[in-house]
Design a protein around this ligand. Structure first.
Ligand code: HGY
Ligand code: MN
Ligand code: MN
Ligand code: MN
Length: 428
């Protein structure tokens, strides 16, 4: 099969869309919350079952499978020139509590189906193609998003932090990894770092997690940039006490301090001057958590993002100033103000954008250039390889909740665009 005519047989790409849907449904059963929600947290037994399921599908697709010490999983299809840098694709299968079954999963199972589509069409890549299942994209267990792809992109600070990190049950990262069969007699996580030039390109297929494509009736989103996320952890402490007996002038209520900071987050975000600045407080824990006890401790976690790094950093600074002001006006102690991550945005590579645009055109699909407001493993893969993302519409833009949904047709379109894009990039 001559590789100089990659497009003729590729225009009739056959996607087993029903098979993909069945796999998505089956994978969603590995969950710690009842259907239709999905909860699948890093290194839990459901995560291990899901990993085994995906590794099996990689094997059935004829990929050679390997895993690194933190459980990033790689499925490789060697091309005619196996020593060349591979073209990679992939996403994640971990799911935050009570979320949906498409976030991340479409980019893993859809990537395996894209490889099957290329194999069915008789295509033979020049460069190897590699699917990556990133070990954990969600921040759920150890509080840091894109843990696997951050390490792959060479984050020394994360490698150091993880060797000391513990989850909310006080289980260390390394013990949790070992319970899932990883990090065997390993303390140094830098073995995960990718060698420079490992990949010639990285492309991720993902649901949009926003309403634009569906609202505008467009089949494919071609991502030009990924917004810059930052997350903060803040603790306030007060004297607490009896909710009835302590008079108001004598209180330093840690819970109300946290509530005031939460509203300050919203104020600073809205004052940024741009609709692209967002922020919320997704975690607010009060101690002792009794109705008739004035909170003596409040723990809040803040997520704020923007496609403009400067503007986002400005909001982070103002939140810090507000936290300090609140300690003065309320007489509480600011026992913790930590910036967990304050990442720069990522730009997609022009060459990969071009390959995705050509693919959508050849498939007669409508497409739109757009930014990703959610972060993805691509945000970190962009640090070590030319990056691109393919979005497909999702129902009302819902995500991170059980109503998350993508149609078989939209997933099939996404798989075709991914298959054609990988084929093109593998011939370069
Ligand atoms: O939060 C995010 O943007 C990603 O979906 N974890
Ligand atoms: Mn997510
Ligand atoms: Mn995701
Ligand atoms: Mn804390």
């Amino acid at each position: 099969y001559a590789i100089h005519e990659p497009h003729s047989s590729l225009s009739s790409l056959l996607v087993d869309a029903q098979g993909l849907q069945n796999q998505i449904d089956e994978l969603s059963t590995f969950s710690d919350s009842p259907a239709p929600s999905v909860t699948r947290v890093l290194y839990t037994d459901k995560d291990v079952l899901a990993r085994r399921y995906v590794k099996n599908l990689m094997g059935l697709a004829g990929l050679s499978v390997r895993e690194d010490t933190v459980g990033n999983i790689f499925g490789r299809w060697d091309g005619n020139e196996p020593e060349l840098a591979a073209v990679a694709t992939g996403s994640h299968i971990d799911a935050i509590p009570y979320s949906g079954k498409y976030d991340g999963v479409v980019g893993v199972l859809g990537a395996i189906e894209a490889i099957n589509v290329l194999k069915r069409s008789g295509f033979k890549p020049k460069r190897p193609l590699e699917i990556i299942l990133f070990t954990s994209e969600e921040p759920t267990r150890f509080g840091i998003g894109c843990l696997g792809s951050r390490l792959l992109s060479g984050s020394e600070s994360l490698a150091n932090a993880l060797s000391k990190a513990t989850d909310s049950q006080n289980i260390s990262f390394l013990d949790a990894a070992r319970s899932a069969g990883y990090a065997k007699d390993v303390d140094d996580l830098s073995s995960v770092f990718l060698k420079k030039g490992t990949y010639s390109a990285f492309v991720e297929l993902h649901i949009e997690q926003g309403p634009i494509l569906e609202a505008e009736g467009i089949s494919i989103g071609i991502v030009t940039a990924i917004a810059a996320p930052a997350s903060l952890k803040v603790d306030f402490e007060g004297n607490g006490g009896h909710a009835g007996a302590v008079l108001m002038p004598n209180r330093n209520d840690a819970g109300l301090a946290a509530a005031e900071l939460a509203l300050a987050v919203e104020k600073h975000v809205l004052e940024s001057g741009s609709i692209d600045t967002v922020g919320t407080v997704g975690i607010l824990e009060l101690h002792p958590g009794a109705i008739n006890s004035i909170p003596s401790k409040a723990h809040i976690e803040i997520d704020t993002r923007d496609i403009d790094e400067e503007r986002r950093n400005n909001v982070v600074e103002k939140i810090h100033q507000s936290a300090i002001r609140i300690t003065e006006t309320r007489g509480v102690k600011l026992s913790e103000f930590s910036i967990i991550n304050q990442d720069p945005p990522a730009l997609s590579s022009e060459a990969v954008i071009k390959a995705m645009e050509t693919a959508t055109r050849e498939l007669n699909l409508t497409s739109k250039l757009m930014i990703s407001r959610a972060y993805h493993d691509s945000l970190f893969m962009a640090r070590v390889s030319p990056m691109g993302m393919i979005f497909i519409p999702c129902y009302k833009g819902y995500s991170h909740k059980p109503e998350e949904f993508a149609s078989i047709q939209d997933m099939s379109n996404g798989v075709k665009v991914l298959a054609l894009t990988l084929a093109k990039l593998s011939l370069e």
